[in-house]
Design a binder for this molecule. Structure first.
Ligand SMILES: [Fe+2]
Length: 736
């Protein structure tokens, strides 16, 4: 473990303490009506419109920089949830490093206790229950540290970390008490819970820092560091990295003894996996996929649904996932203390088919995968699941290449580009609207924490030599350019990005041709419910179109979004306005305003949830979703080298868990529940009649939960239940 990681822990814990202290001030400033004016900055992720954070409103700790504009700091509960996730993955890494050194009878009961703490965390709904989970985590870690032979043989050279925490706690204790005395809103019991959370944070960090200091000491004394990773050669090596972090079920589903079943899971991931937004209708005549009739028939028989290629094509039952967009990425390096390794990115295409009507199962099956042999060659090698055509090893490698492309697409395009960065331009004009403006009251909770997390993303995550740079196969400049381009593809076509239009554009709306598509089916239920709620809400606030047109604040909001100097949206406004044509950028009808707000709310809630939470449940398992290959692609479909040889090294599998499990485990707020713990609205901002239509929305979300639960029941067509769009699993905003 490097020195950097040790300072990371210290910095991140100090950050938590600072944030909590600022949280109190933010609350006070808000209650006095002292809000910062927001504006754009186009240089952070050039040329995108991102909220500007002036130096005076920024706290910088090492590589970490946090914005402190009014309303930008998420609630205390959010901070504590992130802290839990950071520590839990760090402890997983520690336990992994000890797993070969400690006897099972000592380690297993401790692992069980850590897992209990995690299930308490998953159920925690408020500060108090979260503190109990943190308390358990801290006491279990203390128990681990007392195992003979671990920290008892270690004498730290200094205890500055402990004294730092003590001093900080005293500071914050008096600060929180002072703030609560001033505005009288934080109850005494609340303060106690918050202080206890911080104390538990201190306990955990102090022990983790000692373990890391010991590892450093051992390393410099040449005794070998704790947890030096063995070179992985089998899937079992990757499984062992999951000590207290749950090993995703996909580890068994995608790699099992039945090749047919696992290939069906591979296909299912296109419609119910981590990035179910690529698949589109296949139009035929694609020389990159030179599949012949005979091969297609044999493959359809292999999957138990005899079929002919021409019939499947004419009936619209062929679908393609085309990742060739990724061709522009530049291969990067993996650099650690000892090595500098070449990573590889890929831009494959994959063909899938739906069995004919009246088949027993109508779930997609894979037909073929191909990718160019070099970036300049015209030769596309075809891989199929047919044993006489492709060796199993080569087919598994081809599958792995598709999922590596899928993971890269998810990270840069679907997740960062088309959710985080598409919502960002709405932050500035919405915060600047008058406090009681109906658009502000409705939209603000759907933007909670977005400026904060996006600032973290562009300063800490998607930056040179940081985590994304290390994990992804491509180099960081290309990553940033791809994310920006993906965001622009939506922001420059704003009037075509509503959920139903996106599905129609890819030719995947028809439920007869493509019957099993959980993301589409559950997403449409959520889209319809959001649209109805927004419509009902706006009907209360705008009697007719003329009220919309004459709302000067609303028109100011729209022109800020669509102006080149500011939000840089194109094809915005009822008349598809472009830059330089301000009259067409106006919002002229109530129905158009419904569409705009529904689109933003859907992307900020449902779309983000669908691509964010699989990071923990699916993508934290590196053999299923590698971010890169560490070997070139096979040049022939008769290749016999195991796909495992090309997977990222074990040290990268740990980094992948640390980042993705954290991002996929923080659930903060719930769609349809408008609670404003730390903003201009102390309670619900809604009037009685608005509250009435809100309850209809909440009831509808309740009904949707029942429908999705039924769809997920075994035997209803879904190979894996799809939980990412269950309303309870969808936060209101992009805050992680
Ligand atoms: Fe996210």
């Amino acid at each position: 473990m490097s020195k950097d990681k040790s300072t990371f822990l210290e910095k991140s814990s100090e950050l938590i303490i600072l944030l909590v202290s600022l949280y109190g001030s933010d609350h006070l400033l808000n209650s006095l009506g002292l809000r910062d004016k927001y504006k754009y900055n186009h240089d952070y992720l050039n040329p995108l419109a991102i909220t500007d954070v002036p130096d005076l409103k920024k706290i910088t700790l090492g590589p970490i920089s946090i914005p402190t504009l009014t309303d930008s700091i998420p609630s205390f509960l959010w901070i504590a949830k992130v802290a839990f996730g950071v520590f839990y993955t760090k402890i997983n890494e520690l336990v992994y490093s000890l797993s070969t050194k400690l006897p099972k009878n000592i380690l297993d009961p401790i692992i069980a206790e850590f897992k209990e703490a995690n299930s308490e965390f998953a159920k925690a709904k408020d500060e108090e229950s979260l503190n109990k989970a943190l308390e358990k985590l801290a006491s279990t870690l203390e128990k681990l540290s007392q195992v003979p032979g671990l920290l008892d043989t270690f004498s730290p050279t200094d205890n500055s970390l402990e004294s730092l925490f003590k001093a900080r706690f005293q500071e914050i204790e008096s600060k929180i008490s002072l703030d609560s005395a001033k505005d009288g809103e934080l109850a005494k019991s609340h303060i106690d819970v918050n202080i206890n959370i911080l104390k538990n944070v201190g306990r955990i960090v102090t022990i983790l820092a000692k373990f890391q200091a010991k590892a450093e000491q051992a390393k410099s004394a040449n005794q070998g560091s704790i947890g030096s990773p063995v070179t992985p050669r089998t899937l079992e090596d990757y499984n062992k990295v999951f000590q207290i972090v749950p090993k995703p079920d996909i580890s068994n589903q995608l790699f099992q003894s039945d090749p047919i079943k696992e290939d069906l899971i591979f296909a299912y991931l296109q419609v119910g996996g981590a990035n179910p937004v690529v698949i589109e209708r296949f139009k035929g005549n694609d020389n990159r996929l030179p599949i012949n009739q005979e091969q297609y028939s044999a493959i359809s028989i292999l999957f138990g649904s005899p079929d002919s290629f021409n019939q499947a094509l004419s009936e619209g039952r062929l679908y393609v996932s085309d990742y060739t967009l990724l061709n522009g990425l530049v291969n990067g390096n993996y650099v650690d203390e000892d090595t500098n390794t070449q990573k590889y990115t890929f831009a494959p295409v994959a063909l899938f088919a739906v069995p004919p009507k009246n088949s027993k199962s109508r779930s997609l099956f894979p037909v073929a995968i191909s990718f160019p042999q070099t970036t300049i060659s015209q030769k596309w090698e075809l891989f199929t699941p047919l044993a006489k055509h492709t060796t199993r090893e080569a087919w598994l490698t081809a599958r792995s290449i598709v999922l590596a492309a899928d993971a890269t697409y998810q990270a840069l395009i679907s997740h960062l580009g088309r959710s985080h960065l598409v919502v960002e331009p709405f932050v500035v004009p919405t915060y600047n609207l008058p406090v009681n403006h109906p658009v502000r009251r409705l939209l603000l909770p759907h933007l909670e924490g977005t400026l904060f997390i996006n600032h973290g993303a562009h300063t800490l995550l998607v930056a040179p030599k940081q985590t994304v740079d290390s994990l992804l196969g491509s180099s960081i400049g290309a990553d940033q350019a791809f994310a920006a381009k993906a965001a622009q593809s939506y922001l420059f076509n704003f009037n075509q990005i509503s959920f139903p239009e996106i599905l129609a554009n890819r030719g995947v709306k028809d439920t007869t041709d493509l019957p099993v598509y959980p993301y589409r089916d559950d997403g449409l239920l959520i889209w319809n419910a959001i649209e109805k709620w927004v419509q009902n809400y706006l009907e209360i606030n705008y009697k007719d179109d003329s009220h919309v047109l004459n709302d000067a604040d609303l028109q100011g909001w729209a022109s800020t979004l669509a102006s080149f100097e500011q939000g840089r949206l194109q094809n915005f406004g009822d008349k598809n306005g472009n830059f330089g044509d301000p009259s067409d950028q106006r919002i002229q009808t109530r129905s158009y305003l419904v569409k705009v707000l529904s689109t933003v709310i859907f992307i900020a809630s449902a779309h983000h949830a669908a691509v964010n939470y699989p990071q923990g449940e699916l993508m934290s398992y590196t053999p299923a979703y590698p971010f890169a290959r560490y070997l070139p692609s096979p040049t022939t479909n008769k290749d016999t080298r195991s796909f495992v040889d090309g997977l990222p090294p074990l040290s990268q599998a740990i980094n992948q868990i640390n980042l993705l499990y954290l991002l996929g485990s923080v659930y903060h707020t719930k769609l349809g529940y408008y609670y404003y713990p730390n903003s201009s609205y102390p309670d619900s901002p809604f009037t009685q009649s608005e509250q009435g239509v809100l309850e209809k929305f909440q009831n509808e979300l309740h009904n949707i939960t029942k429908t999705i639960t039924e769809r997920n029941a075994p035997g209803n067509g879904r190979l894996i239940s799809y939980k990412f769009l269950l309303p309870d699993n969808i936060p209101q905003s992009i805050n992680i």
